[in-house]
Design a protein around this ligand. Structure first.
Ligand code: WTA
Length: 655
């Protein structure tokens, strides 16, 4: 974040107290804070008991005897899918719509809770028939179609573990995730729709499952293929199976068995500071408790009347916690949409809100800023009067975007809740409560009741107001990650070593204001945030240097008006290839190379071919200086550079 932005934020004085009308009907009240303060663990135990069905009640809330390895509700047993499906049907709500699915080409389909339950039961039987057992890992590589939700819940229902891989990731990224988790099954589709076109997925899976460079086969035994685009697919007999053929042959009945609260539910890979993505592990009881609790209270959910829409893809944590598990555990009616916001026209989102009378919308600041640029005349063509609450997630939302969101989308009346959390935290950690908190545009504000957050300096002292510091979580929370798949050491080292084994280090910078509200200031490590998606500088650097043309590479996240940050790379090419006239070509080749290796989201916005990179005397690349260059700023302090002339060389070579 630039100095300028911080200045602006310090001067943000607009305040939005909840209206009496909203406060009177709000789910979350001040008492929630009192209860959590009086007895934190007791508070979570109450939430777990009231929000979920336990086949076997727990007697112990938290086991923190071996930090940072936590166990929540450890002796309890539940079935996550039963909690999201059957129990709503048994309670007489089988006719309530669970999912309104909207495909990008305009096809649609709705599922009641009874119908969704029936689909998941069949899918659970199918997985069992394919030999998938409790604890086995299943990779899911699907577009946002109903089968994505059905597949996740079916895996959960039989106590297996899903690893959803975003459909935009490359074959190589998919393979490395399959290998790391040793997945036995991949669930995919022939393709999906994006930007008005069918994009194929099955060929990517085929490529991912080829023997690797050392001749090793993958761990995958079967590939289940959902028919979506009816595009041509290659078929490996014995391995590949059509979802619709198989599902037609299985039993419709399936009884959900209870599993221990700490049974693994899913692995979700996310970028860290090294080149290798981390498999973040979440388990069942604590995770489901906190996602249901936050979904209900932060979004003020009235399941009988609300229509909720989170625009996230299931490939990200928001899609796990606030498309699948939170809303369905709460018996909500929700919308899911397969495609891009501007297809076939730039008002597509607003059309969907009008069509389904969406009352709660949860989206990312990048999207809001894009719509802002397009102008208010687009949303104004649609009836958005059903909206009563707006949420934001993924990156800091600047006050201008916040106010635009409330005014133009929310008709000037809806609360906007800015929710801070991470793949690792599993559920929302910092957010206003819409009926209680006086809202401040740009600030995520306060920890949700039951969560303990602090901002500290390097010596673990709470920072003074307006002093930047490091965001930490000081008490364990139910939906906390339980580990990094297969790498306890990295888990401890990454999150629990900076301030000792009981303090979670989030990797975000933050500050308090004079009222004690929290303002997020971006990552303090080499993780970038592009359009609300996490990318690792190291991962993109290692992709660049894997290209024969590249000798050395440095990647920075440069601030970008729309996407928050953008990937900018500085590359030294090998001497023989360093023909100046070919720079532009080289940059394009390398951008395509990164997109093919990692996925389109990682494609650098710009690549600069340079002669040298700025390094300290100990050889560390000074990304701070490259960021200055990438953002067009005056170059900062260069005195620690080994070669103080290098920045001039770089600036010159960019002109
Ligand atoms: C950033 C997404 C500011 C932050 C749920 C965090 C935010 C990372 C916010 C996690 C917010 C997320 N304000 N920054 N409201 N929400 N972030 O794992 O840097 O994809 O560490 O989880 O996004 O990204 P992840």
């Amino acid at each position: 974040m630039t100095v300028n932005n911080i200045d602006n934020l310090l001067h943000e004085t607009r305040r939005f107290p909840p209206s009496d009308e909203f406060a009177e009907q709000a789910v979350a009240t001040r008492e929630l804070y009192d209860a959590a303060r009086a007895d934190r663990e007791g508070f979570w135990a109450d939430q777990a008991k009231t929000l979920l069905h336990w086949h076997k009640p727990f007697t112990q809330t938290l086991d923190w005897s071996n930090p940072p390895f936590a166990k929540w509700f450890d002796d309890g047993e539940l079935n996550v899918a039963y909690n999201c499906l059957d129990r709503h049907v048994e309670a007489g709500n089988g006719d309530r719509i669970a999912l309104h699915w909207e495909g990008e080409p305009g096809d649609d389909k709705s599922f009641t809770y009874a119908e969704l339950t029936a689909e998941v039961k069949k899918a659970a039987n199918l997985l069992t028939a394919l030999g998938v057992k409790q604890g086995d890992r299943v990779a899911i590589y699907l577009p946002l179609i109903p089968e994505a939700v059905i597949a996740m819940l079916a895996v959960a229902r039989i106590g297996a573990v899903h690893s959803v891989v975003f459909g935009g990731f490359s074959a190589e990224s998919l393979r490395s995730r399959i290998d790391d988790a040793e997945a036995v099954l991949v669930i995919t589709a022939d393709g999906g729709y994006r930007k008005g076109k069918a994009f194929p997925l099955k060929p990517t899976v085929d490529k991912a499952l080829e023997n690797d460079a050392d001749g090793n086969p993958s761990t995958v035994k079967n590939v289940l293929v959902v028919e979506r685009t009816k595009g041509d697919v290659d078929w490996q007999h014995g391995r590949d199976l059509w979802w619709h053929d198989e599902i037609a042959q299985v039993d419709a009945e399936h009884v959900a068995k209870p599993f221990p609260a700490e049974n693994p539910l899913f692995i979700l890979y996310t970028s860290g500071t090294t080149g290798k993505p981390k498999g973040i592990l979440h388990t069942s009881g604590g995770y489901l408790t906190q996602v249901a609790y936050t979904h209900k209270n932060v979004f003020d959910l009235k399941p009988e009347t609300d229509v909720y829409w989170s625009t996230a893809d299931v490939g990200w944590i928001t899609g796990h916690s606030y498309v699948v598990y939170g809303p369905l555990a709460n018996g909500a009616t929700e919308v899911i949409y397969e495609g891009t916001p501007d297809t076939p026209h730039p008002g597509r989102w607003w059309e969907i809100i009008q069509k389904y009378k969406v009352s709660i919308l949860y989206a990312a600041p990048t999207a809001i800023r894009t719509f802002m640029k397009l102008g208010r005349q687009i949303p104004q063509q649609f009836d958005l009067s059903s909206l009563r609450l707006l949420g934001s997630v993924g990156e800091p939302i600047n006050p201008e975007a916040w106010v635009w969101y409330r005014d133009v989308i929310g008709g000037g009346t809806t609360p906007v809740v800015d929710t801070w959390w991470q793949t690792e935290t599993g559920a929302i950690m910092i957010s206003a409560m819409p009926g209680v908190t006086t809202l401040k545009p740009g600030s995520a504000q306060v920890p949700v009741p039951g969560v303990s957050i602090d901002i500290v300096d390097e010596r673990f002292r709470t920072t003074e107001p307006d002093q930047g510091g490091l965001l930490v979580v000081t008490q364990p929370w139910p939906s906390m990650l339980r580990g990094i798949w297969g790498d306890d050491e990295r888990f401890v080292e990454t999150y629990w070593s900076k301030f000792g084994p009981t303090t979670y280090f989030a990797g975000d910078g933050a500050r308090y204001d004079k009222d004690g509200d929290i303002w997020l200031m971006g990552r303090v490590d080499d993780v970038m945030n592009v359009s609300g998606h996490r990318l690792s500088t190291a991962e993109i650097e290692s992709s660049l240097v894997s290209h024969p043309m590249v000798a050395e590479a440095a990647v920075v996240g440069a601030s970008d008006e729309t996407t928050g940050q953008a990937v900018v790379a500085f590359v030294i090419t090998r001497a023989s290839q360093a023909d100046a006239a070919a720079h532009e070509d080289a940059a394009n080749v390398l951008r395509a190379h990164v997109a093919a290796q990692i996925g389109a989201i990682a494609r650098p916005r710009q690549i600069f071919i340079v002669a040298e990179l700025p390094k300290t005397r100990s050889g560390k690349i000074m990304r701070r200086l490259l960021r200055d260059v990438a953002e067009g700023r005056e170059i900062g302090d260069t005195t620690t550079l080994a070669d103080t002339m290098v920045m001039q060389t770089i600036s010159k070579s960019m002109r």
